[in-house]
Design a binder for this molecule. Structure first.
Ligand SMILES: NC(=O)c1ccc[n+]([C@@H]2O[C@H](COP(=O)([O-])OP(=O)(O)OC[C@H]3O[C@@H](n4cnc5c(N)ncnc54)[C@H](OP(=O)(O)O)[C@@H]3O)[C@@H](O)[C@H]2O)c1
Length: 253
Protein backbone atom coordinates (compact mmCIF):
# COMPACT_ATOMS: atom_id res chain seq x y z
CA UNK A 1 0.00 0.00 0.00
CA UNK A 2 1.42 3.41 -0.93
CA UNK A 3 0.42 6.42 1.14
CA UNK A 4 0.48 10.09 0.24
CA UNK A 5 2.33 11.05 3.46
CA UNK A 6 5.06 9.68 5.70
CA UNK A 7 3.71 10.76 9.09
CA UNK A 8 0.28 10.96 10.70
CA UNK A 9 -1.16 12.09 14.02
CA UNK A 10 -4.02 9.80 15.07
CA UNK A 11 -6.21 10.97 17.94
CA UNK A 12 -8.15 8.03 19.36
CA UNK A 13 -5.49 5.45 18.55
CA UNK A 14 -5.69 3.22 21.63
CA UNK A 15 -8.62 0.94 20.67
CA UNK A 16 -11.01 0.03 17.86
CA UNK A 17 -10.83 1.69 14.46
CA UNK A 18 -8.14 4.20 15.45
CA UNK A 19 -5.83 1.46 16.77
CA UNK A 20 -6.34 -0.79 13.75
CA UNK A 21 -5.70 2.15 11.40
CA UNK A 22 -2.59 3.17 13.34
CA UNK A 23 -1.25 -0.35 13.02
CA UNK A 24 -2.05 -0.51 9.30
CA UNK A 25 -0.29 2.80 8.65
CA UNK A 26 2.70 1.81 10.79
CA UNK A 27 3.01 -1.47 8.87
CA UNK A 28 2.89 0.54 5.62
CA UNK A 29 5.95 2.48 6.81
CA UNK A 30 4.19 5.64 8.04
CA UNK A 31 5.36 7.19 11.33
CA UNK A 32 2.30 7.33 13.59
CA UNK A 33 1.95 9.78 16.49
CA UNK A 34 -0.62 7.97 18.62
CA UNK A 35 -2.87 9.90 21.00
CA UNK A 36 -5.57 8.76 23.44
CA UNK A 37 -5.89 8.85 27.22
CA UNK A 38 -4.82 5.23 27.75
CA UNK A 39 -1.01 5.40 27.73
CA UNK A 40 -0.69 1.68 28.50
CA UNK A 41 -2.83 0.77 25.50
CA UNK A 42 -0.80 3.09 23.29
CA UNK A 43 2.41 1.43 24.51
CA UNK A 44 0.88 -1.95 23.62
CA UNK A 45 0.08 -0.58 20.15
CA UNK A 46 3.67 0.59 19.76
CA UNK A 47 4.89 -2.88 20.79
CA UNK A 48 2.68 -4.52 18.14
CA UNK A 49 3.90 -2.15 15.39
CA UNK A 50 7.24 -2.29 13.56
CA UNK A 51 9.96 -0.87 15.83
CA UNK A 52 10.00 2.93 16.06
CA UNK A 53 6.96 3.43 13.80
CA UNK A 54 4.52 4.41 16.58
CA UNK A 55 5.38 7.38 18.79
CA UNK A 56 3.20 7.43 21.92
CA UNK A 57 1.83 10.89 22.77
CA UNK A 58 -0.95 10.33 25.32
CA UNK A 59 -3.45 13.13 25.86
CA UNK A 60 -7.09 13.81 26.68
CA UNK A 61 -8.38 15.44 23.47
CA UNK A 62 -10.98 17.45 25.38
CA UNK A 63 -8.15 19.28 27.20
CA UNK A 64 -7.27 22.18 24.89
CA UNK A 65 -3.99 23.17 26.56
CA UNK A 66 -2.79 19.55 26.73
CA UNK A 67 -3.63 19.02 23.04
CA UNK A 68 -1.65 22.13 22.05
CA UNK A 69 1.28 20.85 24.08
CA UNK A 70 0.97 17.45 22.37
CA UNK A 71 0.87 19.07 18.93
CA UNK A 72 4.00 21.07 19.78
CA UNK A 73 5.75 17.88 20.94
CA UNK A 74 4.99 16.35 17.56
CA UNK A 75 6.13 19.37 15.55
CA UNK A 76 9.24 19.58 17.73
CA UNK A 77 10.12 16.04 16.76
CA UNK A 78 9.11 16.43 13.10
CA UNK A 79 10.39 19.96 12.51
CA UNK A 80 6.88 20.88 11.25
CA UNK A 81 3.33 19.58 11.13
CA UNK A 82 2.78 15.86 10.45
CA UNK A 83 1.83 15.00 6.88
CA UNK A 84 -1.67 13.95 7.92
CA UNK A 85 -4.02 13.79 10.87
CA UNK A 86 -6.90 11.47 11.66
CA UNK A 87 -9.49 12.27 14.31
CA UNK A 88 -10.84 8.92 15.56
CA UNK A 89 -11.67 9.69 19.20
CA UNK A 90 -15.23 9.48 20.42
CA UNK A 91 -17.34 8.76 23.41
CA UNK A 92 -20.73 7.12 23.28
CA UNK A 93 -23.08 5.76 25.90
CA UNK A 94 -26.47 4.15 25.38
CA UNK A 95 -29.10 6.87 25.42
CA UNK A 96 -32.56 6.40 26.91
CA UNK A 97 -34.33 9.49 25.60
CA UNK A 98 -33.53 11.80 28.53
CA UNK A 99 -30.53 13.34 26.79
CA UNK A 100 -31.71 16.89 26.05
CA UNK A 101 -29.56 18.30 28.86
CA UNK A 102 -26.32 20.27 28.70
CA UNK A 103 -24.78 18.18 31.48
CA UNK A 104 -25.38 15.04 29.39
CA UNK A 105 -24.70 16.34 25.87
CA UNK A 106 -21.83 18.66 26.88
CA UNK A 107 -19.31 15.94 27.83
CA UNK A 108 -20.04 14.12 24.54
CA UNK A 109 -19.36 17.32 22.58
CA UNK A 110 -16.23 17.98 24.69
CA UNK A 111 -14.63 14.82 23.28
CA UNK A 112 -16.30 14.25 19.90
CA UNK A 113 -16.38 17.84 18.63
CA UNK A 114 -14.12 20.02 20.76
CA UNK A 115 -11.51 17.25 20.74
CA UNK A 116 -11.38 17.53 16.97
CA UNK A 117 -11.15 21.33 17.10
CA UNK A 118 -8.35 21.00 19.67
CA UNK A 119 -6.48 18.73 17.25
CA UNK A 120 -6.93 21.28 14.46
CA UNK A 121 -6.17 24.45 16.42
CA UNK A 122 -2.54 24.91 15.36
CA UNK A 123 -2.30 22.00 12.92
CA UNK A 124 -4.85 23.39 10.45
CA UNK A 125 -3.32 26.89 10.02
CA UNK A 126 0.13 25.29 9.80
CA UNK A 127 -1.05 22.99 6.98
CA UNK A 128 -2.74 25.90 5.19
CA UNK A 129 0.44 27.98 5.46
CA UNK A 130 2.55 25.09 4.20
CA UNK A 131 0.10 24.43 1.34
CA UNK A 132 0.09 20.69 1.98
CA UNK A 133 -1.29 18.09 4.35
CA UNK A 134 -4.35 15.93 4.89
CA UNK A 135 -6.99 15.92 7.60
CA UNK A 136 -9.47 13.05 7.95
CA UNK A 137 -12.29 13.18 10.47
CA UNK A 138 -14.27 10.11 11.51
CA UNK A 139 -17.92 11.08 11.74
CA UNK A 140 -20.72 8.50 11.45
CA UNK A 141 -23.86 7.64 9.54
CA UNK A 142 -25.50 8.40 12.91
CA UNK A 143 -24.91 12.07 12.08
CA UNK A 144 -26.83 12.05 8.80
CA UNK A 145 -30.20 12.74 10.44
CA UNK A 146 -31.86 12.57 13.85
CA UNK A 147 -32.17 9.03 15.19
CA UNK A 148 -33.90 7.65 18.29
CA UNK A 149 -31.63 7.20 21.36
CA UNK A 150 -28.79 9.08 19.66
CA UNK A 151 -29.38 12.74 20.50
CA UNK A 152 -25.94 13.56 21.92
CA UNK A 153 -23.83 11.22 19.80
CA UNK A 154 -25.78 11.90 16.58
CA UNK A 155 -25.65 15.68 17.02
CA UNK A 156 -21.89 15.51 17.68
CA UNK A 157 -21.40 13.47 14.50
CA UNK A 158 -23.57 15.86 12.44
CA UNK A 159 -21.30 18.63 13.70
CA UNK A 160 -18.17 16.74 12.62
CA UNK A 161 -19.50 16.15 9.10
CA UNK A 162 -20.39 19.83 8.91
CA UNK A 163 -16.91 20.84 10.13
CA UNK A 164 -15.23 18.65 7.50
CA UNK A 165 -17.45 20.07 4.73
CA UNK A 166 -16.73 23.63 5.81
CA UNK A 167 -12.96 23.04 6.08
CA UNK A 168 -12.83 21.56 2.59
CA UNK A 169 -13.40 24.96 0.96
CA UNK A 170 -10.30 26.48 2.61
CA UNK A 171 -8.34 23.27 2.20
CA UNK A 172 -9.01 23.10 -1.54
CA UNK A 173 -7.76 26.65 -2.04
CA UNK A 174 -4.56 25.97 -0.09
CA UNK A 175 -3.80 22.44 -1.35
CA UNK A 176 -4.71 20.67 1.91
CA UNK A 177 -6.90 17.56 1.57
CA UNK A 178 -9.91 17.19 3.86
CA UNK A 179 -11.84 13.96 4.20
CA UNK A 180 -14.83 12.81 6.19
CA UNK A 181 -15.27 9.16 7.15
CA UNK A 182 -18.78 7.75 7.54
CA UNK A 183 -18.56 4.20 8.88
CA UNK A 184 -21.53 1.91 9.39
CA UNK A 185 -21.26 -0.62 12.23
CA UNK A 186 -17.76 -1.78 13.19
CA UNK A 187 -17.03 -4.20 16.05
CA UNK A 188 -15.11 -2.18 18.65
CA UNK A 189 -15.34 -1.44 22.41
CA UNK A 190 -17.71 1.41 21.43
CA UNK A 191 -20.28 -0.81 19.72
CA UNK A 192 -19.83 -3.64 22.25
CA UNK A 193 -22.18 -1.46 24.38
CA UNK A 194 -25.00 -1.80 21.82
CA UNK A 195 -27.98 -3.91 22.83
CA UNK A 196 -29.39 -4.37 19.30
CA UNK A 197 -28.46 -6.29 16.16
CA UNK A 198 -25.96 -4.37 14.04
CA UNK A 199 -26.44 -5.01 10.29
CA UNK A 200 -23.34 -5.54 8.12
CA UNK A 201 -21.03 -5.44 11.18
CA UNK A 202 -17.38 -5.16 10.08
CA UNK A 203 -14.11 -5.82 11.88
CA UNK A 204 -11.91 -2.89 12.91
CA UNK A 205 -9.17 -4.29 10.65
CA UNK A 206 -11.47 -4.22 7.60
CA UNK A 207 -12.49 -0.65 8.48
CA UNK A 208 -8.81 0.31 8.82
CA UNK A 209 -8.06 -1.11 5.37
CA UNK A 210 -10.81 1.09 3.89
CA UNK A 211 -9.50 4.15 5.70
CA UNK A 212 -5.88 3.59 4.67
CA UNK A 213 -6.96 3.03 1.05
CA UNK A 214 -9.32 6.04 1.15
CA UNK A 215 -6.65 8.33 2.58
CA UNK A 216 -4.48 7.58 -0.46
CA UNK A 217 -7.18 9.09 -2.73
CA UNK A 218 -8.62 12.53 -3.39
CA UNK A 219 -12.19 11.48 -2.48
CA UNK A 220 -13.83 13.71 0.12
CA UNK A 221 -15.89 10.93 1.66
CA UNK A 222 -14.75 7.49 2.82
CA UNK A 223 -17.73 5.29 3.67
CA UNK A 224 -18.25 1.59 4.40
CA UNK A 225 -19.85 -0.88 4.19
CA UNK A 226 -21.41 0.68 1.13
CA UNK A 227 -24.57 -1.46 1.06
CA UNK A 228 -25.53 -0.13 4.50
CA UNK A 229 -24.37 3.47 4.16
CA UNK A 230 -26.07 3.78 0.75
CA UNK A 231 -29.40 2.89 2.40
CA UNK A 232 -28.86 5.60 5.03
CA UNK A 233 -27.90 8.10 2.34
CA UNK A 234 -31.23 7.46 0.67
CA UNK A 235 -32.93 8.03 4.04
CA UNK A 236 -31.03 11.33 4.25
CA UNK A 237 -32.92 12.73 1.29
CA UNK A 238 -36.39 11.46 2.26
CA UNK A 239 -38.96 14.15 3.09
CA UNK A 240 -39.87 14.23 6.81
CA UNK A 241 -43.29 12.65 6.22
CA UNK A 242 -41.51 9.53 4.90
CA UNK A 243 -38.33 9.74 6.99
CA UNK A 244 -39.90 9.44 10.45
CA UNK A 245 -42.13 6.40 9.65
CA UNK A 246 -39.18 4.71 7.89
CA UNK A 247 -36.85 5.11 10.87
CA UNK A 248 -39.61 4.06 13.30
CA UNK A 249 -40.10 0.94 11.27
CA UNK A 250 -36.44 -0.12 11.04
CA UNK A 251 -35.61 0.75 14.68
CA UNK A 252 -38.90 -0.31 16.26
CA UNK A 253 -38.88 3.00 18.22
N1 LIG B 1 -17.64 1.31 15.80
C1 LIG B 1 -18.58 1.76 14.97
O1 LIG B 1 -19.51 1.03 14.58
C2 LIG B 1 -18.53 3.18 14.50
C3 LIG B 1 -19.48 3.58 13.56
C4 LIG B 1 -19.47 4.88 13.11
C5 LIG B 1 -18.50 5.75 13.58
N2 LIG B 1 -17.59 5.34 14.49
C6 LIG B 1 -16.59 6.28 14.94
O2 LIG B 1 -15.31 5.72 14.74
C7 LIG B 1 -14.39 6.34 15.65
C8 LIG B 1 -13.65 5.26 16.42
O3 LIG B 1 -14.61 4.57 17.21
P1 LIG B 1 -14.41 3.08 17.69
O4 LIG B 1 -15.65 2.36 17.36
O5 LIG B 1 -13.10 2.56 17.25
O6 LIG B 1 -14.45 3.32 19.27
P2 LIG B 1 -13.44 2.97 20.45
O7 LIG B 1 -12.82 1.64 20.27
O8 LIG B 1 -14.23 3.23 21.70
O9 LIG B 1 -12.29 4.07 20.28
C9 LIG B 1 -12.44 5.37 20.71
C10 LIG B 1 -11.07 5.97 20.85
O10 LIG B 1 -11.26 7.32 21.32
C11 LIG B 1 -10.38 7.50 22.41
N3 LIG B 1 -10.91 8.53 23.30
C12 LIG B 1 -12.10 8.55 23.93
N4 LIG B 1 -12.17 9.64 24.72
C13 LIG B 1 -11.00 10.31 24.55
C14 LIG B 1 -10.46 11.50 25.08
N5 LIG B 1 -11.15 12.25 25.96
N6 LIG B 1 -9.23 11.90 24.68
C15 LIG B 1 -8.52 11.16 23.80
N7 LIG B 1 -8.96 10.02 23.25
C16 LIG B 1 -10.19 9.60 23.64
C17 LIG B 1 -10.29 6.15 23.08
O11 LIG B 1 -9.10 6.04 23.85
P3 LIG B 1 -8.98 6.24 25.44
O12 LIG B 1 -10.22 5.70 26.07
O13 LIG B 1 -7.73 5.49 25.76
O14 LIG B 1 -8.82 7.71 25.64
C18 LIG B 1 -10.19 5.26 21.84
O15 LIG B 1 -8.86 5.24 21.38
C19 LIG B 1 -15.25 7.24 16.54
O16 LIG B 1 -15.27 8.53 16.00
C20 LIG B 1 -16.65 6.64 16.40
O17 LIG B 1 -17.66 7.57 16.68
C21 LIG B 1 -17.59 4.07 14.97
Amino acid sequence: MTTAFSSIWIVGASTGIGRATALAFARAGVTVFATARGADKLEALAADAPAGRVVVVPCDCSDRAAMLETYRRITGQMGGPPGAALFAAATWAPEDGGQARVDVVGPVFDVNVHGCLNMLEELWPAMLAAGRGRVAIISSVAGFRGLPRALAYGASKAALTHIAEALKFDGDRAGVAVQVIHPGFVKTPLTDKNDFDMPFLMTAEAAADRIVAGMATSAFEITFPRRFTFMLKLARILPYRLYFPFIRRITGM
